[in-house]
Design a protein around this ligand. Structure first.
Ligand code: ZN
Length: 165
């Protein structure tokens, strides 16, 4: 197990759509993704954030409150979402130091394959639903900046780039 480097926006790989995961052994990758996520003080990490262009992510929405609840979602699909989006601030390990308000459905129904290979379907809401949608975005090459538009987006991107100089 090891911590892998996290790609920082605007790395081109963060804007690419990932390929479905096939029948392959992911144990080492998943262990590394958790090490990398916990090491970076994050609550979610998608494979493309470490340069692996495959459709899976890890998350743990409760570990910072003292109780670990690690979860792996492979080839996830959002089957249904509540119609009315709600705004909330989101950070991203690939855009360190930036919190952006993003509107998302408050609740989603997700189908995914677990690390053991079995298929699950469940409803999520609140912070978990937001985290899943944020990580799911990464699998499609979407980051929080992509939820902004026009001048607001240009300003947020320019401010972030300034902090990286
Ligand atoms: Zn992110």
């Amino acid at each position: 197990m090891s911590v892998r480097p996290i790609l920082i926006w605007p790395d081109a790989r963060l804007s690419q759509r990932c390929e479905p995961v096939g029948p392959e052994v992911l144990d080492e990758l998943i262990a590394d993704m958790f090490d990398t996520m916990y090491g970076a003080q994050g609550r979610g990490l998608a494979a493309p954030q470490i340069g692996v262009m495959k459709r899976l992510f890890v998350m743990d929405c409760t570990w910072k409150e003292g109780a670990r609840s690690p979860m792996v979602m492979i080839n996830p699909t959002i089957m249904a979402a509540e119609r009315l989006p709600v705004p909330a601030e989101e950070g991203c390990l690939s855009i360190p130091g930036v919190l952006l308000s993003v509107e998302r459905p408050k609740a989603v129904t997700v189908q995914w394959t677990a690390a053991e290979g079995d298929i699950h379907m469940a409803d999520f809401d609140g912070f978990e639903a937001r985290c899943i949608q944020h990580e799911f975005d990464h699998l499609n090459g979407t980051v929080t900046f992509d939820h902004l538009s026009g001048a607001e987006r240009a300003k947020a991107e320019a401010e972030f780039l300034e902090t990286r100089q």
